[in-house]
Design a protein around this ligand. Structure first.
Ligand code: FES
Ligand code: FE2
Length: 326
């Protein structure tokens, strides 16, 4: 699978032994891009001069390279990129200095363990192109202050509180009702069963988590959805929403119909958020704005902005949780 990111392009493979790998998506010969898409194959053949790599990245064949001085095929494998897995999600990292995923995620895995992320299956991906900086989109995802206005005709006003976290993530807990999740539009019946074994708090609310800097996973009592915010330029972001349901729900004979209200919610509310982020981008276009004030309900946005600032200015604290209050 080819994965294009702001930091560069990756190819992610699963080899014959079921091991996952990530590599720089470029040939070791003269650097041609290797993989364009997703699929199954026995090896990767460079489109330029047909060097061939195994799925573990080792070079299998380099036609016409016989007799080249000091050419050792064992030294010509694809360039590996760090890859780690949690809950069925893969995280790649180009930076050797970044702490291990386990450290980065802090207490997120244990806090969301009851939702059994490993048991969730992604059934649909919904892409959106947004003419706004990625930080406007993430900031929007970290407060419910806007819901009564931006989502007036869809979700309506929501009540939420900022969570306290350990690690490079943050979360907003949005209150629902005891027997109805906020994964579908208000009113109507609860379409799919809740995940078994959730605490009372998990049953009556939804966590909008953000794994810094630009990954959101929303844990609801009946499903989860992830938002991959891919910065393309300062004023342009590709957003991909992935819809995940527990296996037991997907196996229901009428799952397709029962999942419809969820897709309706995502296809109504997501463009509303995208449009307001675009308005915010246009508003900033003049470059003449002094800094604005945050409401108390925008704590998580403030923490995100400080997280970014710390990295821009090189003043980062070990984690925002340790840095404490706003
Ligand atoms: S650039 Fe890949 S084989 Fe030449
Ligand atoms: Fe929103």
């Amino acid at each position: 699978m080819a994965v294009d990111t702001a930091a560069g392009s990756l190819v992610v493979t699963r080899d014959r032994d079921n091991c996952l790998h990530a590599f720089v998506n470029a040939c070791r010969h003269r650097g041609a891009r290797l993989v364009e898409d997703v699929g199954a194959c026995r090896g990767i053949v460079c489109p330029y001069h047909a060097w061939t790599y195994n799925l573990d990245g080792s070079l299998r064949a380099a036609p016409g390279m016989g007799g080249v001085l000091d050419f050792d095929p064992r030294e010509q494998g694809l360039i590996p990129v760090r890859l780690a897995e949690w809950g069925g999600f893969l995280f790649a990292c180009f930076d050797p200095e970044t702490p291990a995923l386990e450290t980065w995620l802090g207490d997120l895995p244990e806090r969301m363990a009851a939702h059994r992320p490993d048991d969730l299956r992604c059934v649909r991906r919904m892409p959106f192109d947004v003419a706004a900086n990625w930080k406007f989109l993430i900031g929007n995802a970290l407060e419910a202050y806007h819901t009564g206005s931006v989502h007036r005709d869809s979700l309506g006003a929501q009540q939420a509180e900022a969570e306290s976290t350990r690690g490079q993530w943050d979360a907003l807990y949005v209150h629902g009702e005891d027997d109805k999740s906020i994964s579908t539009l208000p009113g109507g019946i609860q379409p799919l069963p809740f995940i078994e074994g959730l605490s009372a708090r998990a049953r009556s609310g939804t966590w909008f988590t953000v794994i810094y800097p630009c990954t959101q996973i929303v844990f609801s009592p009946d499903c989860a959805w992830w938002l991959d915010f891919q910065p393309l330029a300062a004023d342009c972001t590709r957003l991909v929403l992935g819809a995940c349901f527990p296996r037991s729900s997907i196996e229901l004979a009428d799952f397709r119909e029962r999942a419809e209200p969820y897709f309706q919610r995502w296809s109504e509310a997501t463009p509303e958020d995208n449009a307001i982020a675009e308005a915010q981008q246009r508003g900033h276009g003049s470059g003449r704005l002094p800094a604005g004030r945050y409401a108390l309900s925008e704590q998580c946005v403030h923490r995100l902005d400080n997280w970014v600032l710390d990295r821009v200015l090189g003043t980062q604290a070990p984690s925002h949780a340790a840095a404490g209050s706003v």
